[in-house]
Design a binder for this molecule. Structure first.
Ligand SMILES: [Zn+2]
Length: 157
């Protein structure tokens, strides 16, 4: 195989900048003395640059994208579910805390320990029930406020 034939085989790769530095040197040296190879490399150059401008074929790209999108949706749903559950736990805990606080306050204010345990509709019992309801209402309002804030943050994200 002559030097000329060897170089001719490398011309397409040379145009694509895919040669090793040793091969590049070899091609450049041959170019100086061979007009045929020089012309052929000149013909290869625009083809190579056109090829380089084409998007790299990635047949599975859309599948990867779709899978990623699906995974993201699932993760978002999971996060939302976790968040809703946390809001529920917090609101229930808050309601219970308020209920217990009310109960302690009533004990303290009335100064009549044990009266709350009497199974009759005394004014104390009615007030206590009202305050308990208020406590639950506050818990619900807090949950709704948290949910609204959460939705607002999500819209910004
Ligand atoms: Zn040549």
């Amino acid at each position: 195989m002559s030097e000329h034939d060897k170089i001719r085989e490398l011309l397409a790769l040379a145009a694509a900048d895919a040669l090793t530095s040793a091969e590049e040197k070899q091609v450049a040296e041959h170019m100086r003395s061979c007009i045929a190879c020089s012309n052929e490399l000149g013909a290869w150059r625009p083809i190579a640059s056109e090829l380089r401008r084409l998007p790299t074929p990635q047949p599975s790209s859309w599948l990867v994208q779709a899978t990623l999108a699906r995974a993201e949706v699932k993760l978002t749903e999971q996060a939302e579910h976790d968040w809703n559950r946390r809001v529920m736990i917090v609101s229930v805990a808050l309601a219970w805390l308020l209920t217990i606080a009310n109960w302690l306050v009533f004990h303290f204010v009335s100064g009549r320990f044990g009266s709350l345990l009497e199974p009759k509709f005394s004014p104390t019992w009615i007030s206590f029930a009202a305050f308990t309801a208020l406590g639950w209402l506050a818990g619900g309002v807090a949950a709704v406020m948290l949910a609204i804030r959460h939705r607002g943050e999500k819209r910004l994200a």
